[in-house]
Design a protein around this ligand. Structure first.
Ligand SMILES: Cc1cc2nc3c(=O)[nH]c(=O)nc-3n(C[C@H](O)[C@H](O)[C@H](O)COP(=O)(O)OP(=O)(O)OC[C@H]3O[C@@H](n4cnc5c(N)ncnc54)[C@H](O)[C@@H]3O)c2cc1C
Length: 290
């Protein structure tokens, strides 16, 4: 399986990648296969499959990443978190991932399972993604390792500066590329990237983009204070919140403009949070390729 860093290093144009989550039901898995059948027509650089909070999808994540990669002949990354696992358990899961043929890993600290409050380091486990990444390297697993980054800072970090200092530890430990949390203001990403480079982080940083599919999705993000939205986008979309076709057209235009600008600023690719739906991600990439 191709390594993701090689894909970025050898790319002749923007690399588009798609993120999926493991569905709960067999029916959902069937739909996911259909989604990927559609998206694979765009010849994405690679796909990724998330790891459920608290490791709840462990077996499914490994199986789906491996099966979808083979079925669609695409490089793939399994996401993996260190929530709840000690070294022995983590070593054993890494072994399973490796044996299934997967060679790319998005290595994360993870969030605690719902209702558990703050992240608790497991006894004999790891407290940060950088520690997990050092462990993966020290155990000799030949994965290409990606890490997460946060243009609007990780919610637990006291400042963006401190968060980027911690990000440097993650890269120094062995993360070969970084994928960002979703964001809607390019100026925030640009200034984050400036800080990242100033701190001596030189690996590819890939913007993570989530297509906007409904106004309630925006309201949810705003309630969580997860990210800033451009005022103009908000008023444009609010105006048509009950007109699905026009809503779709406007949100698609916004995402395409956002991605075009990011690519023109030098982003090596776009990572799309598909939410297991093909429509919006397909249309965004198709527009960008035109
Ligand atoms: C692209 C992407 C994919 C994701 N996929 C998943 C997924 O599949 N499953 C899932 O459960 N979650 C996923 N998440 C969410 C992620 O697990 C959470 O955001 C989690 O809270 C942090 O994980 P991390 O790997 O970024 O942690 P870390 O890099 O460990 O950072 C967490 C916090 O600790 C601080 N920190 C880091 N290192 C140090 C250090 N050495 N010393 C002191 N402080 C430090 C950081 O500043 C930050 O505030 C994803 C996030 C992104 C952006």
């Amino acid at each position: 399986m191709k390594k993701i860093l090689e894909i970025y290093n050898n790319a002749k144009g923007p690399v588009y990648s798609f993120e999926f989550f493991p569905p709960k039901t067999d029916e959902g898995e069937g739909k996911l296969t259909e989604t990927l059948r559609e998206l694979s027509r765009l010849q994405p650089g690679y796909i990724t499959v998330t790891y459920g909070a608290g490791g709840s999808t462990r077996d499914k994540t490994i199986r789906l990443t491996s099966d979808l990669a083979k079925q669609f002949d695409l490089p793939a990354a399994a996401h993996f978190t260190c929530v709840g696992g000690n070294r022995e358990e983590i070593r054993s899961i890494l072994g399973e991932i490796y044996s299934s043929g997967i060679r790319n890993l998005m290595a994360l600290r993870g969030d605690p399972p719902k209702g558990q409050g703050e992240f608790q380091k497991a006894e004999g486990g790891f407290g940060h993604a950088s520690e997990l990444i050092s462990f993966i390297k020290s155990e000799g697993f030949d994965f290409c390792i990606g890490g997460a980054c946060y243009p609007e800072k990780h919610p637990q970090a006291r400042s963006l500066e401190e968060d980027v200092d911690n990000l440097k530890k993650k890269v120094d430990a062995g993360a070969s590329y970084l994928v960002s949390q979703l964001f809607f203001k390019n100026e925030i990403f640009e200034s984050f990237l400036g800080l990242v480079r100033k701190k001596g982080i030189s690996v590819p940083v890939i913007p993570g983009i989530m297509p906007i599919t409904s106004f309630s999705q925006i309201e949810r993000f705003r309630a969580m204070a997860a990210c800033e939205f451009p005022e103009e986008l908000l008023s444009d979309l609010e105006e048509v919140r009950n007109r699905p076709e026009e809503f779709y057209r406007r949100s698609l235009n916004f995402s395409v403009r956002q991605c075009r600008e990011l690519l023109s600023l030098g982003s090596p690719g776009i990572h799309l949070y598909t939410l297991n739906q093909s429509h919006a991600s397909y249309d965004i990439v198709r527009e960008l390729e035109n």
